[in-house]
Design a protein. Structure first.
Lengths: 394, 303, 146
């Protein structure tokens, strides 16, 4: 079967903030979409279909928010599909768009990511309802306590300490200072992290992510269109994997320790295989990982094959994932410095595209030619991975 | 470069319901549908690469409803894609996964368990909160306002309410050249109308979706053997047939036209069309949204 | 067995600067739209971009309080939280506006919905009527036959 190549032509994003009080929700989307169209030198009339990525609509408080926003992406008269895989939504968007293009159904697809987390009084109230109403909702499991359970096991089995977690927070906050769109712009020290408010042991406030309002958009196209462009990011490999739902079912499975997310490993391996990557640590130039918690970033080093099993902390200790290291991770500052949930995975994807196009501005990794972007949804449950490159496959 | 039209096979399918109440928990209901579809295809879970589903969090009563359903949809350790549109959108995206070679076989599934929910509580939330929802008028008036603008006359919103139903539906998509294919989906179309704002003819999105699906399939509406209609209860046969350019007698409506199948309506109609074994190309159309503005269509034919 | 459940999630919807101007003007019994500098369309209610030109819009303009009905329906089906039936909802294009805005039409006899009053014909003139104490909400005003 002849498979059509897919490339990213451009990316647009809003400034992320706790609340963008100056704009209504469609207006927020317009900001990102108009920037993506300008960045990709594409006219709305050239867009054949729109994939809208937003996670639980209880955030916006509007059922089917893609309809509400339709004028903000010129969707009237076009196919419009909304994807939602929880936090992985922003990764599922470009994944769906890639399939729509490579199947030959559509040539130019706009992917729009949106989340407005400021509309509800308490996002954790929303998150509590993601749990099974029959067995789990009543025990106040939420995203923070769920990830704290992961951290406790990383500490027990893989040597993770508060020092490692603090180093990740400092690295990501430092990176965000070079990204004008990041939500949090402040210089922090490891001591600040350790002194920050404890949320659920061992997680503290500065190990986690903010709640952000924001939107992002990418324009994707067939390889044939992209070949005429001076800059494009080529989709070399994609992966996607789901784990079982119940955390308790994952803790003592033979393949699972509930410390290193196995579904992230499955998903990344698919993308690497498709991209022909054998040694991700050596071959990748930059990684935009979806890690809203500092401990998760360390776990992902292992799941993504950047470090051997149980050795993720060594990448922290050697500084390999800082901007000066050999495999910078989240030069944008990542989820820990801006997290508009359903858009977050699309931001990782767009940032990875900017890196391989050499257009990432002050947080550009010199000479980046091969990048990985991921997204994660549920409690460590849904994962997407995308390998983007400066050049098409030979 | 000439790109062959995407074409995928249907290896098996199963519809459970619609019924006023299908007993059992949501995950059991979905498992019953996906496993029966695999049985129908003569396949096992190890033969499929993932699942693509259409589901609504608000109607399922869980903020990320698919989280709790990974085991039953069949996506564990496989790919999972989920759309929040009528399930023909899941067919479209799932078919793209198969036609692009990313998957050899895929479960496409959807469900709606309104015996667990109150869909009337969700309808007003489809109105944006600032200028429309605050007025508090009946959500069904959105369609009648569009009709009014189209006809140039006042309309009456004497809504016949939809009837809540439980349904779970699954189909197995395989590559177009797979020997397992018992039918093929050969055309895909979708279009979207304006939000709330009246002005465009009500059935424009449905017609545009149907036209796109027929064009991709390379068939004319004159070649169609039947048109299976999902939902669209408030549009009468004549208006729909006229818009699509087919004879009224070509339309196949659900046995219970006022049954509310939620996002599962389109895939249910597609599976019914498959079960009908009609010779020749068959069009399936669906439309979501208060004004039927989010339309999808597929063209299929028996092998 | 079934376990009862209910979501009660409060919201504070961010409406943005354009809609804020609209609601502030309602308190002064004025209705605002925005004019696109490129196509000169006037959208009511206003928004920060023009979907036709796909450009930002900043100019707010006041529109007239007379207009014509573009679409209207008389609702006879009751719905939780809705006004008592029957009631009429219309989209009205106000003087100076390109787009139409939704609101109720009061002051028409809806006692017999089989013969709708002539005042509800498409193209009929209506005027904006404000309540006694506009509070900056869309329900501050409604339409009546002119």
């Amino acid at each position: 079967m002849s498979v059509i190549e897919v490339a990213v032509l451009g990316f647009g994003q809003t400034k992320y903030k706790t609340s963008r009080a100056d704009v209504g929700t469609p207006e927020l989307v317009f900001e990102a979409v108009s920037r993506a169209l300008a960045d990709s030198d594409t006219e709305l009339r050239d867009i054949d279909a729109v994939v809208f990525a937003s996670a639980p609509e209880v955030f916006e408080g509007v059922y089917e928010p893609e309809r509400w926003c339709i004028d903000a992406f010129g969707g009237v008269g076009k196919p419009l599909i909304r994807v939602h895989t929880g936090g992985a939504t922003g990764g599922s968007g470009p994944l769906a768009a890639s399939r729509l293009i490579s199947s030959g159904m559509y040539e130019n697809v706009l992917v729009v990511g949106l989340q407005r987390t400021s509309e509800t009084a308490d996002a954790q109230q929303v998150f509590t309802t993601i749990f099974d109403p029959i067995y789990e909702q009543d025990v106040q499991l939420n995203v923070i306590t769920g990830i704290a359970l992961v951290a406790s096991r990383q500490m027990e089995f893989f040597g993770l300490t508060e020092d490692h977690m603090a180093a990740i927070s400092v690295k990501n906050f430092d990176n965000a200072l070079r990204n004008p769109y990041a939500h949090l712009h402040k210089r922090i020290t490891e001591q600040d992290v350790k002194d920050s408010r404890q949320l659920a042991w061992p997680l503290r406030l500065l190990h986690t992510c903010p709640r952000s309002d924001g939107a992002a958009a990418v324009v994707m196209s067939s390889g044939e269109k992209a070949r005429n462009r001076s800059s494009a990011a080529w989709v070399r490999g994609l992966g996607c994997a789901a784990d079982v739902y119940r955390i308790g079912d994952r803790i003592h499975d033979t393949e699972s320790d509930y410390a290193i997310p196995r579904a992230q490993a499955w998903s990344a391996q698919q993308a690497y295989t498709e991209a022909g990557i054998i040694d991700p640590r050596r071959e990748l130039d930059v990684v935009e990982v979806y890690a809203p918690f500092s401990n998760l970033e360390v776990a992902y080093y292992e799941a993504l094959g950047l470090a051997p099993h149980g050795k993720g902390i060594e990448l922290v200790e050697t500084g390999a994932t800082t901007m000066q290291g050999d495999i910078p991770v989240v030069p944008s500052g990542g989820c820990m410095t801006a997290n508009p949930i359903g858009a977050t995975g699309l931001i990782r994807f767009g940032e990875a595209a900017l890196q391989v196009m050499g257009r990432a501005g002050d947080h550009q990794v010199d000479g980046a030619r091969l990048a990985l972007a991921t997204a994660c949804g549920g409690i460590d449950q849904f994962y997407t991975s995308a390998v983007l490159a400066s050049e098409p496959k030979q | 470069m000439t790109i062959p039209s995407p074409r995928v096979g249907i290896a098996g399918s199963r519809v459970l319901g619609p019924a006023v109440e299908l007993p059992g928990a949501l995950d059991a209901l979905i498992y019953n549908a996906t496993s029966a579809a695999l049985d129908d295809a003569g396949m096992s879970i190890t033969d499929v690469d993932g699942a693509c589903m259409a589901a609504s969090d608000l109607l399922d009563g869980r903020a990320i409803s698919t989280m709790t359903l990974t085991g039953s949809t069949g996506s564990f350790r496989k790919t999972e894609m989920r759309v929040c549109n009528d399930s023909l959108a899941a067919v479209l995206v799932g078919a793209a996964e198969v036609a692009s070679g990313a998957a050899d076989a895929l479960i496409v599934c959807s469900w709606s368990k309104l015996s667990d929910a109150d869909s009337n509580a969700v309808l007003p939330l489809a109105m944006e909160p600032v200028f429309h929802r605050a007025l508090g008028f009946h959500p069904a008036a959105v369609l009648d306002l569009r009709r009014s603008a189209e006809s140039g006359a006042a309309t009456v919103t004497a809504d016949q309410s939809l009837e809540s139903r439980d349904v779970a539906v699954a189909t197995i998509l395989v590559a177009g050249d797979s020997p397992r294919a018992r039918a093929h989906v050969i055309g895909f179309g979708a279009s979207t109308g304006p939000y709330l704002r009246p002005g465009e003819p009500v059935l424009d999105p449905v017609r545009a979706a149907a036209t796109a699906a027929c064009d991709m399939a390379g068939v004319s509406v004159n070649d169609l053997s039947a048109v299976h209609v999902a939902g669209l209860a408030r549009v009468d046969d004549d208006a729909l047939a006229d818009s699509l350019g087919v004879a009224t007698g070509m339309l196949v409506r659900p046995a219970e036209p006022w049954a509310d199948l939620g996002y599962a309506a389109g895939l249910t109609a597609m599976c019914r069309a498959h079960e009908a074994q009609t010779t020749g190309p068959v069009l399936v159309v669906s439309a979501g949204g208060l004004g039927y503005e989010n339309a999808f269509a597929v063209v299929m034919e028996q092998t | 067995m079934r376990i009862p459940g209910e979501w009660r999630i409060p919201y504070n919807y961010t409406i943005g600067d354009s809609a804020t101007s609209f609601f502030e003007a309602l308190r002064e019994r004025r209705i605002l739209g925005c004019r696109c500098a490129s196509c000169e369309r006037v959208a009511v209610p206003p928004k920060s971009f023009c979907e036709h030109c796909f450009l930002p819009v900043t100019e707010l303009v006041e529109v007239g309080q007379h207009g014509v009905i573009e679409a209207v329906t008389v609702v006879t089906a009751p719905f939780a939280g809705s006004p008592p039936v029957p009631y009429a909802v219309a989209y009205v294009r106000l003087e100076g506006a390109t787009s139409a805005i939704a609101n109720y039409v009061q002051g028409v006899d809806l006692s017999d919905v089989t013969t709708l009053p002539a005042a509800l014909k498409i193209g009929s003139d209506v005027q904006v009527v404000f309540g006694d104490e506009p509070a900056g909400r869309v329900t501050d005003f409604w339409f009546e036959p002119a």
